[in-house]
Design a protein around this ligand. Structure first.
Ligand SMILES: *Cc1c(COP(=O)(O)O)cnc(C)c1O
Length: 502
């Protein structure tokens, strides 16, 4: 399988090269020259484990890896680190199926891909005879950072630098990152929002001068964001897995359509669902759920991507994004792989923060439904699922659930729907506790604290009130020492990277 850039420079790379580089030389994103078909029929996948299905799906894209190389990547990634032996349990609640993607080490769905990326990357380096040290740069809205740090900590031949928006992540998310151990890990807060962090990282990737200087020191930059194809492909596997599970449960007959609902930020997760559909998985609608930063809702409805709007900090911070990187891949695929058009749209986005896609792309968007959810509606969704169903969801998953209800009501579509449940409720304990009716007074009593409750007190109180177990990665977090405390301006990111690497 070869990989090409979304911006049309027609340089073909192997999967291993694409994974090591992260981003193409013309600043485009790598996509496979063709989307492979499902390697097995649904009935042949029945009864298979998550690991077995992931092996088949990932190997179909990354076929340079030998069977035994791929097997050891899968085994290293999806092991006892996951607190549920099924890896991705699929649970029914509120008239939908919740695909729980958050049972990995850092309690968010980013673990699904970032548990395997370091294995894919180091294996790729061995295969390519790569001598340079690989420095992973990541911008994070909270969850990618910790998952990438946990995946790459102390991995030989790598260094990892994570930038996060100083005021844009929850206290729990921040402590998860700044308490990260490992000689090769670096965590830096920036004075800015997630888009600033992401733009800064992309600028560094495009800075030839800087790359030359680093090359002289034997260092190559790569990405752990979902712009890296090695992040995206492992995410395709869980859509296939949950379809198979639903047929095992009798909720679907083989070939019946299944809708998917994805709380969306950078468009990586829902793009993986689209790729699963293109592989032949019977997916009906792809329901793209946004919070009040609803640029994608408008885009799906109108074909105009307009980022000239107010940016909101919401209780679902991993979706507080106005520039969705992975949309570029969808535009490329829907435009019939028109690199010139994609490149023009991306230039317009950079210069004017707005572009309008062609009729062809707009027609392709018919597979998608876009909806958004306000802060109040997200709180109500959490309360309804908890009070009526005894099912606890985080703020991002709540956004998806609400948009799913809107979709079902608006269209009357009764196709079984799988909702991507992207984080443990405890990562956003303060918002979830509040939605469940735990006011400050109750939290103080439950957490045994006299002072204003911290993010950690909310975790304790929510566990006492609901009886739902706190994931082990989030337990006793407040006792973990802060090992990283650096803050920089958003235009100092390059200097910081050079300093860290020297
Ligand atoms: C990253 C993240 C999302 C958004 O996923 P994208 O692939 O960026 O669209 C949603 N929810 C949570 C909890 C996340 O961490």
């Amino acid at each position: 399988m070869r990989y090409e850039s979304t911006r049309g420079n027609r340089e073909y790379k192997s999967s291993t090269e694409a994974i090591i580089r992260g981003i193409a030389e013309d600043r485009g994103l790598y996509v496979p020259v063709e989307i492979p078909a499902l390697p097995l029929k649904i009935e042949e996948m029945r009864g298979k484990t998550y690991q077995q299905i992931a092996f088949e799906i990932i190997h179909a894209y990354f076929d340079e890896y030998t069977d035994s190389e791929m097997k050891s990547c899968i085994e290293g990634a999806y092991d006892g680190k996951f607190e549920d032996p099924q890896i991705v349990p699929v649970k029914k609640a509120g008239g939908a199926w919740f695909m729980e993607l958050y049972h990995g080490k850092t309690a968010a769905f980013k673990d699904m891909a970032l548990s395997i990326l370091p294995y894919l990357m180091t294996s790729a380096c061995r295969k390519e005879g790569e001598k340079d040290k690989i420095c992973i740069l990541a911008a994070t809205s909270g969850d990618t950072g910790k998952a990438a740090l946990a995946g790459f900590a102390n991995v030989d031949g790598t260094e990892i630098i994570v930038f996060y928006p100083q005021k844009g992540v929850s206290q729990v998310q921040e402590r998860q990152m700044v308490s990260q151990e490992g000689d090769n890990t670096h965590v830096i807060a920036i004075r800015g929002n997630f888009d600033d962090a992401q733009t800064g990282v992309k600028k560094i990737f495009a800075d030839d001068e800087m790359k030359k200087k680093l090359a002289a020191e034997g260092i190559k930059l790569s990405s752990a964001n979902s712009i890296n194809i090695g992040r995206l492909v492992p995410q395709v596997a869980y859509y296939v897995y949950s379809y198979v599970k639903l047929t095992e449960e009798g909720a679907l007959k083989e070939g019946d359509p299944m809708n998917v609902v994805v709380p969306t930020g950078n468009f990586g997760n829902i793009l993986a669902a689209y790729m699963a559909k293109e592989m032949g998985l019977p997916i009906g609608k792809l329901i793209c759920a946004s919070n009040e930063n609803n640029v994608l809702t408008d885009f799906i409805r109108t074909g105009v991507y307009d980022a000239r709007r107010q940016f909101y900090l919401t209780s679902s911070p991993s979706m507080d994004i106005l520039i969705s990187s992975n949309l570029e891949r969808l535009l490329y695929l829907l435009s019939g792989r028109d690199g010139k058009a994609v490149s023009d749209w991306m230039k317009a986005l950079e210069a004017d923060k707005v572009y309008e896609v062609s009729k062809k792309v707009r027609e392709g968007l018919a597979d998608f439904y876009g909806g958004f959810c306000t802060e109040r509606e997200a709180r109500e969704a959490i309360a309804a699922l908890w009070n009526e169903e005894g099912y606890l969801v985080d703020t991002h998953t709540a956004v998806a659930y609400k948009v799913y209800r809107d979709y079902a009501e608006e269209t009357g579509d009764e196709t079984p729907a799988v909702i991507a449940s992207t984080a443990s409720a405890y990562k956003f304990a303060e918002s979830v506790a509040d939605a469940c009716g735990l006011d400050v007074g109750k939290v103080k009593v439950l957490a045994n604290s006299a002072a204003e409750p911290t993010g950690f007190d909310y975790v304790k109180a929510l566990e006492k009130a609901t009886g739902v177990r706190v994931p082990s990665g989030l337990r006793d977090l407040e006792d973990k020492p802060v090992l990283h405390d650096r803050v920089c301006a958003k235009d100092e990111m390059s200097e910081v990277v050079m300093e860290v690497l020297e």
